[in-house]
Design a binder for this molecule. Structure first.
Ligand SMILES: [Zn+2]
Length: 450
């Protein structure tokens, strides 16, 4: 059977002018709704002198005050458990979810109604379909199915598309690999870190994942899916096409995905999101091709409207013509490149964990690694601790010299210590890997977010 390459052929190929007109109408409706129904939004907008009637063109979005995670958390604390953000009483909700809570902080709590949940699955369907998923596929979710929203929406999108879906909530990595083989799974959804781990487990079990029917690995939850070295390694280990996607608990779903053409970036689902690229923590727009903070307005979730929300995500936006698939949604080059507050200043040089990962992962012998920041006297030190795959120890000397040179070259000559860590000594992650440990004894090096 021949399928359209697009989940929503009309909207995904809408000329930019019409796309903007659609965004404006949806934005006007959303703001009227939020103003009428959410005390949280009305209070903030009244204080800033904004009213939805001021939205006459899409550029008027700049009249709306930004919304931050801190405000959301404060509101939640002020009126637990949800805060005055809700537009309808909780009795109308069918789903309760949270952020991952990996930081130990109080998680953000969200509620969704039937219509929201339908929309959340629809957004995932754009992405999964765009990455090549069809009803004939058998999909395995390497996901815990707790309150963290993660892949929940993707599961429902797969049902919507008509796939056979395998949930593997509390299963071990080994039993996940086994069910994958037993049931002829064609698509695996997981974080990049966990996809690497499954490949490793397969190798230990004597199963060559590249010879299984798996032909697609859909990644989310961490930036790795768009790091070329990580993608290459995963594609080789799995013998499959690896596509990136990214979402947020605050949205409930994904807002970007990588299409089958794999253009080195992710399309924004622009008929459902208005994504602004702004100066970090500022309000000036940043042109195509330059580093920006993404600020998102979700046009589809009614229970908790998300309007001009500062994400702290570091992105580089490209025009839709950077991909040949025919979608008119713009792209983020390299997906979500990290978080602005993940950036560390070491002896005057900016260090982005993603850039370090790109270099370290170039070597296939690396199993796990950690970036450690310490202070010796008044001098900051940066070390990269590397764990090799079993049996690859003979790669160490060559790898150490290469990492010394490559890490330094990529960081204005900054000297990195490169150390070998014993097998299985570094932490392993299933979700939201935290490979940077900052042990410098100082007041504030920025928050470590989930
Ligand atoms: Zn494309």
């Amino acid at each position: 059977m021949t399928y359209s390459p697009y989940w929503n052929p009309r909207n995904e190929t809408l000329p930019r002018e019409e796309l903007r007109a659609l965004q404006l109408v949806k934005l006007q409706r959303l703001c009227e709704w939020a103003h009428a129904k959410s005390t949280f939004h009305r209070r903030r907008w009244d204080a800033a002198g904004f009213h939805p009637s001021q939205l006459r063109s899409l550029d008027d979005i700049r009249r709306i005050p930004f919304m931050t995670r801190a405000e959301w958390m404060d509101a939640q604390a002020e009126e637990p458990p949800f805060g005055p953000l809700l537009t309808v009483p909780p009795v109308n909700a069918i789903r309760y979810h949270t952020t991952s809570g990996t930081t130990g902080r109080t998680p953000l709590r969200v509620l969704d109604g039937t219509k929201d949940w339908e929309w959340i699955a629809e957004m995932w369907a754009y992405g999964l379909w765009g990455s090549g998923l069809r009803r004939e596929d058998v999909v395995l979710f390497a996901f815990s199915y707790g309150t963290f929203i993660g892949f929940w929406g993707a599961h429902y999108a797969c049902e919507k598309i008509g796939c056979l879906v395998l949930s593997t909530g509390s299963a071990t990595t080994e039993s996940r690999v086994k069910s994958m083989v037993d049931l002829g799974v064609t698509t695996v959804c997981s974080t990049p870190t966990y996809a690497l781990r499954m490949a490793q487990a397969g190798a230990e079990m004597g199963i060559d994942l590249a010879s299984t029917p798996v032909n697609k690995v859909i990644l989310s939850g961490e930036p790795g899916g768009s790091i070329p070295a990580v993608k290459r390694q995963l594609e080789a280990a799995w013998g499959a096409k690896v596509c990136d996607s990214a979402g947020m608990t605050e949205i409930g779903s994904i807002m970007i995905f990588e299409c089958e053409r794999q253009p080195g970036g992710t399309h924004i689902i622009e008929d459902n999101f208005i994504e602004e690229s702004l100066v970090y923590e500022g309000d000036a727009p940043v042109p195509y091709g330059e580093r920006a903070e993404r600020v998102v307005t979700s046009l589809g979730r009614g229970f908790i409207p998300l309007i001009r929300y500062r994400t702290n995500d570091l992105v580089v936006r490209l025009p839709h013509t950077a991909c040949s698939c025919g979608r008119t949604g713009d792209l983020y080059h390299g997906g979500i490149q990290g978080r602005w507050d993940d950036m560390k200043l070491v002896r005057g040089t900016n260090v982005y964990p993603r850039a370090v990962e790109s270099i370290v992962r170039e070597c296939a012998a690396v199993d796990e690694f950690q970036i450690l920041l310490t202070r010796e006297g008044v001098i900051d030190e940066i070390s990269v601790r590397v764990e090799l795959k079993p049996g690859r120890e003979d790669h160490w000397e060559a790898l150490r010299s290469r990492l010394h040179v490559d890490l330094s070259d990529a960081h204005e000559g900054l000297r990195f210590k490169v150390e070998l860590a014993p097998v299985n000594s570094l932490p392993r992650f299933e979700l939201k890997a935290k490979r940077l440990v900052d042990q410098r004894p100082a007041a504030d090096y920025g928050r470590h977010d989930a």
